[in-house]
Design a protein around this ligand. Structure first.
Ligand SMILES: Cc1cc2nc3c(=O)[nH]c(=O)nc-3n(C[C@H](O)[C@H](O)[C@H](O)COP(=O)(O)OP(=O)(O)OC[C@H]3O[C@@H](n4cnc5c(N)ncnc54)[C@H](O)[C@@H]3O)c2cc1C
Ligand code: FES
Length: 270
């Protein structure tokens, strides 16, 4: 088991009524796409992606969903939590023209990633989607990065009207990208894969558009022991070989977009 660190919450930013960013002073050696395991000492340990990371501090951006995240939302600056990690695979760093597509609380991990891509000299376009304006996050921060940003909401209350995938479909039919990255709910990524395959057929491309997706599945140990996060038929452990998977692996996953497992390992259809 990797070393644990007990850390004081250094900063809390309320992004929306249900999303908060927690910052810690800690030299976390992490790459974009990786995650940490966090416990508040009161029960349970949960995975969270890294939304910002520098030599002296890192952040996670959390959506309040259930018991654990509700407890986390009650924490104040100066309260303690314990973390281990960073764990998992990270995004390929392209130096070319790239498109990032994400939605909701899954978008902040692209903030950390976009900064690294810019440092590598990539030409970055981001589609930042949410259901509605009050759930849209990080618009200002991405704007400050000086990348091309397309904000979208399903109901048109902020940015372009439509889902991130509908807008992505339009963009990839108009512009050529060297690499595409997606992060969000699994059915959103399934729709993204379908859109990319449709575009490959239209362009009659032999190789097709290259991509990586960040998957979120139920994780317990995060170090490849319990097997709770494996995906059929490859037996890929998403906490070790993922959560970022390349196109060649994603294409082989028979359970992608069909079913997922809960804490007991029982399958549930999407
Ligand atoms: C690699 C990875 C990165 C993630 N990054 C983020 C992030 O940046 N921000 C964020 O808000 N959330 C993130 N999540 C999801 C986060 O772990 C869950 O939202 C959280 O665990 C919910 O706990 P809860 O007790 O509040 O809710 P619960 O009521 O226990 O669960 C609500 C839902 O959260 C998911 N969940 C619960 N426990 C786990 C678990 N141990 N592993 C994975 N999913 C779980 C399940 O879909 C479940 O149905 C990530 C998950 C993974 C696997
Ligand atoms: S969470 Fe235990 S093997 Fe991945």
């Amino acid at each position: 088991m990797d070393k644990r660190y007990t850390l004081k919450i250094d900063r809390i930013v309320e992004e929306t009524s249900d999303i908060k960013t927690f910052t810690f002073k800690h030299d976390l050696t992490a790459k974009p796409g990786q995650f940490i395991m966090l416990t508040d000492f009161e029960g349970g340990e949960k995975p969270f992606s890294i939304s910002e990371c520098s030599d002296e501090k890192f952040s996670i951006t959390v959506k309040r969903i259930g018991e654990f995240t509700t407890r986390l939302f009650q924490k104040c600056i100066g309260d303690y939590v314990s973390i281990r990690g960073a764990y998992g695979s990270s995004f390929f760093i392209s130096k070319n023209k790239v498109l990032l597509v994400g939605g909701g609380y899954a978008i902040p991990t692209f903030y950390f990633f976009a900064k690294v891509l810019l440092g590598a000299g990539a030409d970055v376009t981001l589609i930042n989607g949410a259901r509605t304006k009050s759930e849209h996050v990080f618009a200002d921060r991405f704007h400050e990065l000086n990348i091309k940003v397309i904000n979208t909401t399903d109901d048109g209350s902020f940015g372009e009207k439509g889902t991130a995938i509908e807008i992505a479909k339009k963009i990839i039919s108009q512009e050529k990208f060297d690499f595409i990255y997606a992060s969000g709910p699994e059915m959103m990524m399934k729709a993204m894969q379908n859109a990319l395959q449709d575009q490959d057929r239209v362009q009659d491309q032999e190789q097709g558009l290259d991509y990586e997706f960040l998957f979120e599945r139920y994780m317990k140990c995060a170090i490849g022991i319990c097997g709770n996060c494996t995906m059929d038929p490859l037996g890929l452990r998403l906490c070790v070989e993922g959560p970022v998977l390349p196109k060649c692996k994603v294409e082989q996953l028979t359970e992608f977009g069909k079913y997922h497992r809960d804490a007991s390992g029982k399958r549930h259809e999407f």
